[in-house]
Ligand binder design. Sequence first.
Ligand code: FA5
Length: 345
Amino acid sequence: MQERLKELQGEALEKVSAAMDLKELNDIRVAYLGKKGPITEVLKGMGKLSAEERPKMGALANEVRDQITQGITAKQVQLEEAQIQAKLAAETIDVTLPGRPVHTGNHHSLTRVVEEIEDLFIGMGYTVAEGPEVEKDYYNFEALNLPKGHPARDMQDSFYITEDILLRTHTSPVQARTMEKHEGKGPVKIICPGKVFRRDNDDATHSHQFMQIEGLVIDENIRMTDLKGTLEVFAKKMFGEEREIRLRPSFFPFTEPSVEMDISCMICSGEGCNVCKKTGWIEILGAGMVHPNVLEMAGFDSKKYTGFAFGMGAERIAMLKYGVDDIRHFYTNDSRFLKQFSIHE
Ligand code: FA5
């Protein structure tokens, strides 16, 4: 019996040491230490032993059990440790691998141009004024010396919502609203960026929705030379110090006299090319001295106050600045176009 117990101990510990995983180890434990295991089987024969031998054999059986249990516990710790190490090895993070790039958004090229123009004028003492995109006919036309039925209204085909409300066709109504708020007291010095809408057919240079930036200065003794000097500073800062400007007579009902401003072509420097249609000049904005009727309608004394105003299309400025050949690129959201203006690349 003694020999058999020792034999079982050796056999069990050998299997324990060869066990490959925790399941196999558990099977060994159940097989050798379980109620139906060989040790229990051997102990059933204890009844045949003498009273002297019985406790000795009992002690030996317990010792064999303890040895096997200890062997299993030690092996279990070993296998669990190996399992953790294998898991760690499989999940190793290679910190030298390059990270996945995070795609960050960007200000739209038009927003950037508008902000650049705003900053430029803020630097000259202007403040930014805004007005509603859904506008009253009164501010969009009448207060700007364009009474109902005036033929010049046709210059700006409009989206009407009711007979008296429309989507503003230009940013000039912000002038009218701001002047009204000033209640006849100067100075006024504002720059007004915003969306405007016209029933124009979309093509390479026209859009039914576009951005305008309006400027207005009203004070005593404001002269045409102030307008010219201001626009010259703007043109040089925006398109380069070597740019020249020229003013051509034009017509707007809300300014008198009215002009259109051209800048010397930045592509050919005035030699003549396709961009300037061989003239050497590119038209960029409309401007003029605020019409006395407009001043009076807003409550300003036109004998005391004079002023100038100008208005430009922001897309036009952006197209010239960045060499964009079609206005529709600004609105079709092709990421290949938008990415070219990314400050992150
Ligand atoms: C005006 O809208 C006047 N309110 C500008 C002004 C303000 C004159 C203050 C005098 C004093 P005009 O209709 O020319 O003017 O438009 C101004 C600019 O808007 C144009 O030079 C052009 O760059 C842009 N523009 C006009 N129509 C479109 C269009 N459909 N798509 C894109 N840009 C346009």
